[in-house]
Design a binder for this molecule. Structure first.
Ligand SMILES: *Cc1c(COP(=O)(O)O)cnc(C)c1O
Length: 380
């Protein structure tokens, strides 16, 4: 029995848009799963992190940054990091914007661009923040569904773009499916965009896909266009820096960067994070090794799960979207008892899907064994 509680004192203050928002779902808490399973080492496959750790150069840079002392504010312009990124992507550093993770940039873009009632177009299934941040601003969000085989629905996208969005969020590769858009599909999106719409190409997993023959490098595709765009990348995934929070955007023009500067907190990227990112960018071998090992595991785990009869979406990222054939919440809970955390998907139509990040070969084997057993036995 739930007694009817009086509203808390702050209730009347909260904007309607905010009160109606879902909470971000980070996946189960590792400490709780450790307690439930009785295992001290939990296998966390819920946040698409890098299981191979960071470059030794990053560890060294962070140690040094902390030794420099943390009593001073960081460089608010992130000049050295922006210059390093500018050289890396061959774009003037004035067109680089830094974020406290690229999530921060998603939020800043919405704040800078959206008026209440504006239309935003993105994809479903998709990344929850592509919907949440626009809704904070009072924008309307239209989600274009993928095709039955998780591909790009060109006709549905044409219709959605014709409705006149101000902002378009497109992740390539897509989270949660790991599927990629081809160069031709990206061209179709660009061709269908209203003149004034801002295209946000979210390449959080781009490093994993870049070696695939059909994957268009967003910067190469958009570089010469005389229209507003921004490509977002992050150090959280392939570079393994999720804990220090650094992402960046490469914008079509400096004016967009300056607009984001006006709406961000001035010191949004910490000194250790800036130093870590500079070091990470310099260690090409570590990145290449992560990408290579991840691709091997994606292949191997996909094959094992398909052999066991599960539907697995072909992935160019570091995670798999898997149809368990059972309510995903139940499967996720059963996995907790084995000390494994995955993300049960909650979007309509995908209630039997989980998203699982890849880990080391040993952990992945444990995951495959438990998941196939749980799916074979059922969850009730
Ligand atoms: C993980 C992720 C991000 C951002 O992560 P940050 O840690 O904030 O850089 C952005 N977009 C998508 C689609 C992601 O999956």
């Amino acid at each position: 029995m739930n007694p009817v509680l009086p509203p808390p004192p702050s209730a009347a203050l909260i904007r309607r848009e905010v009160a109606g928002l879902p909470r971000y779902d980070p996946g189960a808490d590792p400490d709780q799963v450790a307690a439930v399973s009785g295992r001290s080492r939990v296998i966390k496959l819920s946040n698409n992190e890098n299981p191979f750790g960071v470059s030794p150069a990053v560890s060294e840079a962070v140690r040094k940054a902390l030794a420099d002392g943390v009593s001073r504010y960081p460089d608010p312009t992130g000049r050295r990091l922006a210059e390093a990124i500018g050289r890396h992507v061959d774009v003037p550093s004035g067109r680089i914007v830094l974020g406290n993770g690229s999530e921060n940039l998603l939020e800043l873009l919405c704040r800078a661009v959206l008026d209440p009632g504006d239309l935003v177009v993105t994809q479903a299934p998709g990344f929850s923040l592509h919907e949440t941040f626009p809704r904070v601003m009072g924008a309307r969000v239209h989600k274009v569904a993928v095709t039955a085989d998780f591909g790009f629905d060109a006709d549905a996208w044409s219709d959605a773009l014709a409705a006149g969005p101000k902002l378009v969020f497109l992740a390539n590769p897509c989270n949660p499916t790991g599927a990629t858009l081809t160069a031709g599909e990206l061209e179709r999106v660009v061709a269908g965009l209203p003149e004034t719409a801002l295209l946000v190409l979210d390449e959080a997993y781009g490093e994993f896909a870049r070696s695939r023959p059909d994957y268009p490098d967003g910067l190469d595709a958009l570089r010469g266009l005389e229209r507003p765009w921004i490509v977002l990348r992050t150090f959280s995934k392939a570079y393994g820096l999720a804990g220090v929070r650094v992402g960046y955007g490469v914008a079509s023009d400096e004016a967009l960067v300056r607009a984001l500067d006006r709406v961000r907190t001035p010191y949004n990227v910490s000194h250790p994070a800036q130093e870590a990112a500079i070091a990470a960018l310099g260690d090409h071998a570590h990145l290449a090794d992560t990408v290579r090992r991840t691709a091997l595991e994606i292949e191997r785990v996909s094959r094992s799960l398909r052999d066991a009869g599960l539907r697995v979406v072909p992935s160019s990222a570091n995670f798999l979207f898997i149809d368990t054939g059972h309510p995903a919440d139940h499967v996720a809970r059963a996995l907790h008892h084995a000390g494994i955390i995955v993300k049960a998907w909650r979007e309509p139509g995908y209630e039997t899907y989980i998203r699982a990040s890849l880990s080391t070969p040993g952990d992945n084997d444990v995951f495959v064994r438990w998941l196939t057993e749980i799916c074979a036995k059922g969850t009730t």
